[in-house]
Design a protein around this ligand. Structure first.
Ligand SMILES: Cc1cc2nc3c(=O)[nH]c(=O)nc-3n(C[C@H](O)[C@H](O)[C@H](O)COP(=O)(O)OP(=O)(O)OC[C@H]3O[C@@H](n4cnc5c(N)ncnc54)[C@H](O)[C@@H]3O)c2cc1C
Length: 417
């Protein structure tokens, strides 16, 4: 069924996957992005396709954040501020850091996990995208043996949703892969997940869309959304004044979705959580798969001949200069886990923003009270992994197909006052 033209704002993983799924359903799509290159969080992330991953709102996460507030090199750092927007967000976040909410989220995320990996694999196959995709699982690497049981418990919860995990001792880990140091006490291997080169995925998908005739306009900066007198969103206005019209506008501009939605009185309350990565060349022994270092929250991913270290979560307004000590914390945080990384040469340093909602879950759905506007954002630390399934949900909703995802957990956009 061909549906009228859709304007997608943002060519990150969420926007491009949405465009892809809409195109497959015969919808005419135009994608707008203000950048002239691909450089957003969708390209700079750790590249872990960690299906079933827990959201940020784990019990205790908010209190730990407050404790770490006084150490700006800690894995989670909130820049102290009395901004009412930040205080409201922190309070709502704190209220969601409980077991009941976590269980609801895990149910939804686990269901989305299976769908997203199928959607990704069929897209990679159909479009022959080469992005170093490897279904090798990911490792939760544990230094302190006392943390192994709690980590294994997370694995048991995911097992109830059909995800396979393997608890591995330090010795066994090193027997399988010489990249890990003696100090590592063990690991939980999440076998169904995958690793990927995120920038190659994003660029490969954009190329595939262009080959298929989808219009992707880079350097097209949206200054506001456009509304007709009846209150319907009818497209996006570019800086310079041009209005790009569509029957539906999909707002998938990452953290910047917040201010664009506000341009027509819709609230999508989020906080930017900056993350960092370094790319290392010449590491003597690259690990066979990627993962996360449990105690320091640094993610690692072998990408061809290089190793990416990524992580740290810094809640701070967009636009402040990035912090050297947080960049350095990646190397410090990885040193005890991985062999020989000090011999590696840093070839790239990058920082970018995750769009974080206060309940830890993405915002995906039509906006009540503003017909024609669809929001798909707020994926926090899971956007790469949830991108393909989000694209399916967006396209199904825009084309009026029945949705199969729990709307209570995802669709929380509020019209502005
Ligand atoms: C260090 C780090 C590590 C991460 N690791 C992982 C991981 O291993 N696995 C995982 O699943 N997720 C990970 N994430 C999270 C993931 O990267 C994000 O959730 C995801 O990239 C969000 O995608 P997006 O498309 O919503 O937004 P973005 O990637 O931010 O894309 C938004 C796009 O909108 C465009 N835009 C913004 N404003 C405008 C405007 N006014 N006009 C036009 N265009 C505009 C931007 O230029 C950008 O291209 C990580 C994030 C970070 C920072």
């Amino acid at each position: 069924m061909a549906t009228a033209r859709t304007v997608v704002v943002g060519a990150g993983i969420v926007g491009l996957c949405s465009a892809y799924e809409l195109f497959k359903r015969g919808v005419e799509v135009v994608v707008l992005d203000r950048s002239t290159t691909f450089e957003s969080a969708s390209c700079g992330n750790a590249g872990l396709f960690s299906i079933g991953h827990y959201p940020l709102t784990k019990p205790g996460a908010s209190l730990r954040g407050i404790r770490w507030m006084f150490d700006s090199a800690s894995p989670l750092w909130i820049r102290p501020s009395l901004s009412p927007h930040l205080l409201r967000w922190l309070w709502t976040f704190h209220c969601h850091c409980n077991q009941a909410h976590l269980e609801r989220c895990v149910r939804t995320l686990c269901a989305m996990g299976w769908r997203t990996i199928q959607a990704l694999e069929s897209m990679l196959d159909a479009e022959s995208i080469d992005c170093l995709y490897k279904r090798s699982g990911w490792m939760d690497l544990i230094l302190d043996g006392r943390n192994l049981d709690a980590a294994a418990q997370e694995g048991r919860v995911l097992a109830q949703h059909g995800y396979r995990t393997d608890r591995i001792s330090g010795a066994e880990l090193r027997r399988r892969d010489g990249a890990y140091r003696e100090e590592v006490a063990g690991a939980i291997h999440y076998l169904d997940s995958a690793i990927i080169h995120p920038a190659k995925l994003v660029r490969g998908l954009a190329d595939a869309l262009r080959r298929r005739g989808v219009e992707i306009r880079m350097g097209a900066s949206v200054s506001s959304l456009e509304r007709d007198p009846a209150g319907r969103c009818v497209g996006a206005r570019l800086e310079g004044g041009e209005v790009v019209r569509g029957e539906t506008t999909v707002l998938s501009a990452g953290i910047w979705s917040d201010e664009l939605a506000a341009s027509i009185g819709v609230q999508v309350p989020m906080q930017p959580a900056r993350g960092y990565h370094i790319q290392l060349d010449g590491v003597a022994q690259l690990p066979l798969t990627g993962g996360v270092m449990h105690e320091t929250f640094v993610a690692y991913n072998p990408m061809g001949t290089q190793l990416r270290l990524a992580g740290t979560l810094e809640i701070a307004p967009v636009g402040r200069p990035w912090m050297r000590k947080r960049m350095n914390a990646l190397m410090t945080g990885a040193r005890k886990y991985l062999e020989g990384i000090d011999r590696g040469r840093i070839t790239e340093e990058w920082a970018g923003y995750r769009p974080c909602t206060a309940d830890g879950m993405p915002v995906i759905g039509f906006v009540p009270g503003t017909p024609g506007l669809y929001v798909a954002t707020g994926h926090a630390m899971m956007g790469l992994m949830l991108g393909p399934v989000t694209g399916q949900i967006v396209a199904a909703d825009v084309c009026g197909e029945p949705t199969t995802i729990d709307p209570e957990v995802l669709q929380c956009v509020r019209p502005g006052r």
